[in-house]
Design a protein around this ligand. Structure first.
Ligand SMILES: *Cc1c(COP(=O)(O)O)cnc(C)c1O
Length: 376
């Protein structure tokens, strides 16, 4: 990064990413494949950089949410298998095939459309079937009264021409949350997933090469559910309640700088809306980061940032490009000092709790104005 532009940036530690990959890998059963989820620009870490490292480290698969994200990786020289988790209109079947991208298929009608499109091209599309076992999002319905119909539709899908069904998967709703009810629900999802696979394989004689369901929560909480491949996202980046148990390290450190420092008398109101008023003579710093960089406005007056010598409470409404912090008594801090919004010195949960959200959202929110600086 150009030193003159030093404003705000996100430091991404590639050694920490490598550490996390090896630690997760070491915890997997023999022969289990590793799919790295790099959707949403690798949770804000930079999809190409993360995918490049995972490819070099020998990961088996990548997952993205849409065709554009998959094409970005292909155009950036990523040649390993890529699974699109979301919907792609069947009009793009040729683009999928040409770029050797694996498409999720979540209903019989879609399977038929892809099959027809691939047949018209005289080619074959690689797919993974997705089951809805309780997330109530994408996927073949197969819970409760849908069981028999779901089995029928899956059996009809696997015999469609010009589709190469490589895998089958489902997604957990509460595998990362503690408590008996959550455990019961996750085990029920898993058991339904296994029963559907068994029944489809028994009836059709078809064999699924890659069965997968374990997201970050399940990788740590339910290692017995790893099956043929795991699909961690957040865990890979070293975040989440369970990351500590595998001794993982956060990969992103969000940093800004102090633009100016001024002293205000008691009774001075600060920022839009005048939602903070000084109660003492205050040494106030202005930081070069705001909600346009991804700092949620909801955390205004509710959090602290790490500065040299301690934690500085944030004061007043967060603006688009700036926000203010109380630097009273923090005399090591000067103009241009670095301030850590989250990272090793300032737990992301402090911010995500204040913003009434989860670390996922804060990572994805770091906007494109914030340069990613890779630490080798
Ligand atoms: C996002 C996503 C994942 C990864 O989830 P994490 O909680 O970040 O591990 C895995 N599978 C699917 C289908 C997803 O959409």
């Amino acid at each position: 990064m150009n030193d003159l532009q030093k404003r705000s940036w996100a430091e991404i530690s590639l050694p920490n990413l490598k550490h996390n990959y090896s630690h997760i890998r070491a915890a997997l059963p023999e022969g289990c494949r590793f799919l790295g989820v790099v959707k949403a620009d690798a949770y804000g870490h930079g999809a190409l950089a993360v995918a490049g490292l995972l490819q070099e480290l020998g990961a088996d698969y990548l997952a993205v949410s849409c065709l554009d994200e998959a094409l970005e990786l292909r155009q950036g020289g990523i040649h390993m298998p890529i699974l699109i988790l979301g919907h792609t209109p069947h009009e793009y079947t040729e683009t999928l095939i040409e770029n050797n991208i694996t498409q999720t298929v979540s209903a019989l009608a879609k399977a038929e459309q892809y099959s027809a499109a691939a047949a018209a091209l005289g080619k074959s599309l690689k797919i993974h079937l997705k089951l809805d076992t309780g997330m109530s999002r994408l996927g073949f319905l197969c819970a409760g009264s849908y069981f028999d119909g779901g089995i029928d539709n899956l059996c009809r899908s696997v015999v469609l021409p010009n589709l190469e069904t490589e895998g089958i998967y489902t997604h957990f709703a509460v595998s990362d949350e503690a408590g008996e009810e959550n455990e019961r629900y996750t085990r029920e999802q898993f058991s339904l997933f296994c029963r559907v696979i068994d029944e489809v394989e028994r009836r059709s004689g078809f064999h699924f090469a890659i069965r997968h369901c374990a997201n970050s929560g399940a990788v740590v909480n339910y290692p017995e559910m790893a099956l043929d491949m795991v699909r961690p996202g957040l865990l890979l980046y070293g975040y989440g309640d369970t990351s500590g148990r595998l001794e993982l390290r956060p990969c992103m450190r969000l940093v800004t700088t102090v633009s100016t420092i001024k002293y205000y008398e008691p009774g001075t109101s600060v920022s839009y809306g005048r939602h903070y008023t000084t109660d003492k003579r205050t040494r106030m710093g202005v930081l070069a980061i705001g909600y346009a960089d991804g700092l949620p406005r909801l955390i205004s007056n509710k959090c602290s940032f790490a500065v040299p010598g301690g934690l500085a409470p944030q004061r007043g409404s967060i603006c688009m490009d700036m926000c203010m912090v109380d630097l009273s008594g923090l005399n090591q801090v000067d103009v241009s000092s670095e301030v850590e919004l989250f990272g090793p010195n300032n737990d992301i949960y402090q911010l995500s709790n204040a913003a009434q959200t989860i670390p996922y959202e804060l990572l994805c929110a770091v906007s494109k104005r914030v340069p990613r600086v890779y630490i080798e």
